[in-house]
Design a protein around this ligand. Structure first.
Ligand code: SF4
Length: 306
């Protein structure tokens, strides 16, 4: 790691009363300098309670937007404005409004991987860590529109027994992790425990095909691997999580199902861009107050559950 660069970031962070929040799919060196590393739910919670005046968000745009919605009086910076999300981009506010027009008594459940405009039209936001719990608690008599990840939606349907209208969106990284790759990796590590993120394309099928599979959020993986008796784990999600898993369980072995499961948007954030962000106060993430007020309600429901 470049000590000079890291030293400059840490000095500026102190000077500006800034905090660096990093998602678990970030580059190793970015995770290492962050004040907090976590999944979308954990990051939202940290963003909601921080006393820092500046939040540098090492993640993708919808995450920084979420931090801005929860902290209207703070400066939220994303070091690269091009860091988007293929899943969030599959759905627009007009798509949600159209479903609401057809289903006036319906409830919209939005995965946190959505734009502020989509969140503003939603009744509640969820992450993969609390989606099952949130949907379980919703009024049984009202139709539900679950957006935008169809694989997570199918997983929630199976776990809750609740039929929902699913938006057919997917994340290109997780959708590319399928049964063929999983079988191949599991045959190489027969004694390993298998951890899979519900966004993966065969996540739901795994409930039937591999009853031992642990379908869990990235944060669930971190917790489970620390307490499990297993010494080896095969992991199906974006490979950035391996850094954290290994850090918390240094005596255990973790094997990615697919080495090439890399989110290019997450990896756009570098130490150099974080330094630039603090020096130049760029790039500010702002959400218009009317959209932010509506989106905040559904986000606060999400933070309260799970
Ligand atoms: S891994 Fe997929 S869902 Fe996550 S930020 Fe990248 S494109 Fe979006």
């Amino acid at each position: 790691m470049n000590k000079d660069l890291v030293g400059q970031i840490l000095d500026l962070k102190r000077e500006r009363n800034a905090i660096i929040l990093a998602h678990s799919y970030q580059r190793d060196e970015v995770q290492d300098i962050a004040d907090f590393v976590g999944d979308s739910l954990g990051l939202s919670r940290e963003a909601a309670k921080t006393d820092a005046e500046v939040i540098v968000f090492a993640g993708v745009h919808f995450m920084a937007e979420t931090a801005a919605i929860l902290n209207p009086d703070k400066t939220v910076l994303i070091p690269d404005v091009e860091a988007g999300c293929s899943l969030a981009d599959t759905i627009k506010a007009a798509d949600v409004q159209s479903w609401k027009d057809d289903n006036p008594d319906g409830l919209v459940v939005a995965y946190v991987n959505t734009s502020a405009e989509v969140k503003a039209l939603s009744d509640v936001c969820v992450t993969s860590a609390n989606a099952v719990e949130v949907v379980s608690g919703l009024d049984q008599n009202r139709p539900i529109f679950f957006v935008p990840d169809m694989f997570l939606g199918a997983h929630v349907e199976r776990k809750t027994g609740r039929k929902m209208h699913l938006w057919l969106g997917e994340c290109h990284v997780h959708a590319g992790i399928g049964e063929r790759e999983i079988n191949s990796k599991l045959s190489e590590h027969a004694d390993a425990e298998f951890l899979i993120h519900p966004e993966c394309s065969c996540g739901s099928a795994c409930l039937y095909l591999k009853p031992d599979a642990k379908i869990m959020s990235t944060e669930g993986m971190v917790r489970h691997s620390q307490t499990s008796d297993s010494k080896e784990f095969v992991v199906a999600t974006e490979v950035g999580i391996l850094h954290r898993l290994q850090r918390y369980s240094p005596n255990k072995n973790f094997f990615p199902v697919k080495e090439s499961a890399v989110c290019e948007y997450m990896k756009m954030i570098t130490l150099e861009k974080i330094l630039d962000s603090l020096v130049k106060n760029q790039f500010k993430v702002e959400v218009s107050p009317d959209i932010a007020d509506k989106a905040r309600r559904s986000l606060e429901s999400m933070i309260a559950v799970g």
